[in-house]
Design a protein around this ligand. Structure first.
Ligand code: 8YV
Length: 306
């Protein structure tokens, strides 16, 4: 029996999941050869543009290996009745863990200390400046979805006071609500960005929120680059308007602006929030289960609903 053809725009990890994909499907990686495919496998940070979608007249399913749908043209997908699936929940702990790691790395100067030691500065009698106790600070979560709430649980579990902002207050939440990013930043010391990307959240953290966060504050972004105004952040880091930042996501990945590369106390990682063996295996399994369900005519497991 011939295997269904599948346009694959994203690599599955670990290798056993890539092997399952290759054994169950005829993998096509060149969109020019994929005019007849019914399904596309893509990544959260890769998506599927309107132009790419237009080149696929038989498309019925966009399976995203990730939770971000900001890079998928949802308007065209909905107009054409194309289903979109994501991989919710299975990556939340990994991304929350990454956010915590970035806060610790910036607050406790871990990355800076590593560079300092390797450069021979410690051996030469140098001293690294003091860091700040991260767990004694108040945390603010911008975007209280699955990842934001998982992070809030972790931080609360470690004894931190947690505040959040979201489109609406969540009744029954153990954390304190603030109506917007500036009000949240004003009342916290560590501002964690976990909001979905896209037009609604672009530039939510700009000069006003950074100034409200203040000179003792740390900004962490594990969501999407454009949620934070990178130029305003670089300026705030240079002038000491904020104490530090930990960034896993950027506007134009994999390019990172010089202003951030040069900024003091800014820890930078290459979009690895969900990049653990555990999370990536679970994501791959879920993305493949969704594609299998489509071709078997079964209900999709995790359809994206706006
Ligand atoms: C991944 C992501 O980098 O979930 C998302 O939206 O951006 C990340 O988890 C990506 O999707 C890997 O496949």
């Amino acid at each position: 029996m011939s295997r269904p053809r599948l346009l694959v725009l994203a690599r599955l990890q670990p290798q056993d999941m890539a092997d399952r994909l290759a054994s169950d499907y005829e993998v096509v990686t060149d969109i020019a050869q994929a005019g007849d495919v019914q399904a596309v496998l893509t990544a959260g940070n890769v998506g599927l543009t309107a132009e790419q979608m237009s080149a696929l007249p038989d498309l019925r399913l966009i399976a995203v290996n990730g939770v971000g749908v900001d890079a998928v043209d949802l308007k065209q997908a909905s107009e054409r009745g194309i289903a979109v699936t994501t991989t919710p929940d299975v990556l939340s702990l990994a991304v929350a863990e990454m956010a915590l790691g970035l806060a610790l790395a910036a607050g406790r100067r871990i990355a800076e200390g590593d560079r300092f030691l390797r450069a021979g500065n410690w051996a030469a009698g140098g001293k690294l400046g003091l860091g700040m106790s991260v767990l004694e600070r108040r945390a603010g979560i911008l975007g209280y979805g699955r990842i934001g709430r998982r992070l809030a649980d972790l931080l609360r579990g470690m004894g931190m006071q947690v505040l959040y902002t979201a489109r609406q207050e969540k009744p029954g939440s153990p954390d304190e609500f603030r109506p917007d990013a500036v009000a949240l930043a004003r009342d916290c010391d560590l501002l964690f960005v976990t909001a979905a990307g896209g037009a609604d959240t672009r530039g939510l953290v700009g000069a006003a929120a950074l100034n409200a966060l203040g000179s003792g504050g740390i900004l962490v972004n594990v969501a999407r680059g454009p949620v934070v105004d990178a130029a305003a952040l670089a300026h705030a880091l240079q002038t000491g308007a904020v104490a530090g930042a930990g960034l896993d996501v950027f506007d134009d990945e994999p390019n990172v602006p010089q202003s951030l590369l040069k900024a003091p106390n800014c820890v930078l990682t290459p979009h690895i929030g969900s990049a653990t063996v555990e999370a990536r295996r679970a994501m791959s399994r879920l993305v493949l289960d969704n594609i299998d369900a489509h071709f078997a005519g079964r209900p999709l497991l995790t359809p994206y609903e706006a």
